[in-house]
Design a protein around this ligand. Structure first.
Ligand SMILES: O=P(O)(O)OC[C@H]1O[C@H](OP(=O)(O)OP(=O)(O)O)[C@H](O)[C@@H]1O
Ligand SMILES: NC(=O)CC[C@H](N)C(=O)O
Ligand SMILES: [Mg+2]
Length: 531
């Protein structure tokens, strides 16, 4: 999962970078591997800073000062296609046509076909294994085909129509065309989220696009709405004619590029990925997690029978993501809620860390126990999801080491039995702890006395609103909204294996290594006086 962000300020002399930079902090939970910002100055020059690491590692004040201009885009990356090399940090850049940069959240399931097409027919050079670079090149190719000295918004929408025809998968993107404007678009099934908001200023309206509404609220953007599946919005910076005619600020254009196919947002955003203070497709993530907790409570009560309260002494959340649901579960079942795992706030999310060994170690570094809350008690530990079982195994063991009598585990998500193909690097089937197992077998495998999973029906009901009642659920069923060929699943598995080897620095003879650095846009000595 990645986080994307675009900002267009009404004030041509304003600086977009500080808010993009801060905004990326609010999206950090969506990607911890790499981060990047590209801004554009008034004369069309692009300024870039990106690389591997968290936001705080990648940007330093001296670099941020060089990212000048009143519009820009930002990205935080959690690699799901390609490798974790520095060169795959986003945004990606192509110089032709016009100078375009793009940031992408999602996965294209026809990446190998697109790569062949770009090579054989479009004759465009792609320098990384990233599907996002493919997407950018497809867009560039379609714009190039218009063969125009200068394009307008209709050309962008036309080019995108062809992009939608060519690419398949889950994608939410922000892009910027040097000197012209920023745009955002979302796949025809709305699998990945994207929201837009506006802010009044004396110069006209500022616009921001982001993966999650939390960024928009943070900076005082109002009237925000989700980009519709298959829709593109383009925000054009004021040109000379606008300025001469007294028009203030940028102009927003929007177009339904292709009809919405099936509106199927990814339910895992609500379960785990998104921040609870975000609203996605009209539903507060916090509210959805309350609903999950309530439904799970009834499931737990049913499982333990009428005297369940004598069998469970404490409901314990696994911080962070499970807190909201665990609290609601405890309140519904009238059981004590106890914060018995304390989280070290300086350790990031463990699930999205690269490599199983580091994930396992990090659980212990991240979570510590309050001994007295476990000693001689029957505890019900609540987590939002059990994926590889790394967290569950460790915490069940920690509870036992702390003297718990019986350790039960409840999961707000149903059994995860299939890979996720739209931008969440869950794991291969065989690494998923629930793959081919019953609940009892999962319990045995993680060392718990019992495991209670949410039913799929209850999860869907927890997230259903007037707007959306259908969701991307492939990780629970193996049936994907866009379909996913066996060839693609094998390709994903192969990539994961290559990446694991690359992390250990052992390459096969014929394997192509990722370039360590980005070769696209070198302008660290940018000269702000040019603007
Ligand atoms: O079964 P696993 O493979 O361990 O994956 C599932 C766990 O990973 C996530 O936590 P994470 O630490 O990533 O983030 P959080 O702090 O937001 O809960 C999730 O909330 C589960 O706790
Ligand atoms: N998690 C994501 O959305 C990743 C985007 C893209 N597929 C990449 O690997 O960079
Ligand atoms: Mg967790």
């Amino acid at each position: 999962m990645c986080g994307i962000l675009a900002l267009m300020l009404a004030d041509r002399h304003g600086q977009a970078c500080p808010e993009i930079y801060e905004g990326l902090y609010s999206l950090q939970h969506r990607g911890q591997d790499a981060a990047g910002i590209v801004t554009a100055g008034n004369k069309g020059r692009l300024y870039q800073c990106k690389g591997s690491g968290m936001v705080s590692d990648v940007f330093h004040q001296s670099q941020l000062r060089q990212l000048v201009g009143s519009m820009g885009i930002g990205h935080v990356r959690y690699p799901t296609a390609g490798s974790c090399a520095n060169s795959e940090a986003q945004p990606f850049y192509v110089n032709s046509p016009y100078g375009i940069v793009l940031g992408h959240n999602g996965n294209l399931i026809n990446g190998p076909d697109l790569r062949r097409f770009l090579d054989k027919e479009a004759h465009r050079h792609v320098n990384t294994g990233s599907d996002s670079e493919l997407l950018l090149n497809i867009f560039a190719y379609e714009l190039q085909r218009m063969d125009k000295y200068r394009i307008n918004e209709n050309d962008i929408f036309e080019a995108l129509r062809n992009v939608y025809d060519r690419v398949n998968g889950g994608y939410a993107c922000v892009a910027m065309i040097a000197g012209f404007g920023v745009l955002g678009f979302r796949d025809p099934n709305g699998i990945r989220p994207l929201v837009i908001g506006e802010r009044d200023t004396p110069h006209g309206k500022d616009y921001m696009l982001a993966s999650e509404s939390v960024v928009l609220t943070q900076f005082g953007f109002r009237n925000f709405r989700d980009i519709r599946p298959g829709e593109c919005v383009f925000i054009r910076r004021p040109d000379r004619d606008d300025l001469l005619s007294g028009q203030r600020g940028p102009t927003l254009f929007s177009r339904q590029i292709v009809p919405c196919k099936r509106f199927r947002p990814d339910i895992f955003e609500y379960v785990y990925f998104a921040r609870p203070d975000s609203v996605i497709d009209g539903l507060s993530v916090y509210q959805s997690r309350l609903n999950m907790g309530e439904k799970l409570a009834y499931n737990v009560m049913k499982r333990f029978g009428e005297d369940y309260a004598n069998k469970i002494d404490a409901v314990i959340p696994v911080p962070d993501s499970a807190r909201t649901s665990a609290l609601q579960l405890a309140q519904t079942a009238k059981l004590p809620y106890v914060e018995a795992f304390i989280k070290n706030r300086y350790i990031g999310r463990t699930f999205i860390m690269p490599g199983q060994q580091i994930r396992r170690k990090s659980v212990r570094r991240k979570l510590n126990v309050q001994l007295q809350e476990f000693f001689n008690k029957n505890v019900l530990i609540v987590d939002d999801s059990i994926v590889r079982g790394t967290t569950s195994r460790e915490i069940v063991q920690m509870a036992r080491e702390s003297g718990a009598k019986n350790v039960y585990l409840a999961s707000c998500a149903p059994m995860i039995t299939h890979p996720h193909v739209y931008g969440i690097d869950l794991a291969d089937c065989k690494d998923l702890i629930a793959y081919g197992k019953t609940e009892a077998e999962v319990a045995e495998s993680i060392g718990a006395d019992d495991v209670i999973y949410q039913s799929l029906e209850d999860l869907v009901a927890s997230c259903t609103t007037e707007n959306v009642s259908d969701f991307e659920l492939g990780l629970f069923s193996g049936e994907y909204t866009t379909g996913a060929s066996t060839e693609y699943l094998v390709h994903l598995e192969h990539m994961r294996m290559v990446n694991n080897r690359a992390r250990k620095n052992s390459f096969a003879e014929d394997e192509e290594r990722e370039a360590p650095d980005d070769i696209s846009l070198h302008n660290t000595h940018s000269d702000p006086s040019l603007d």
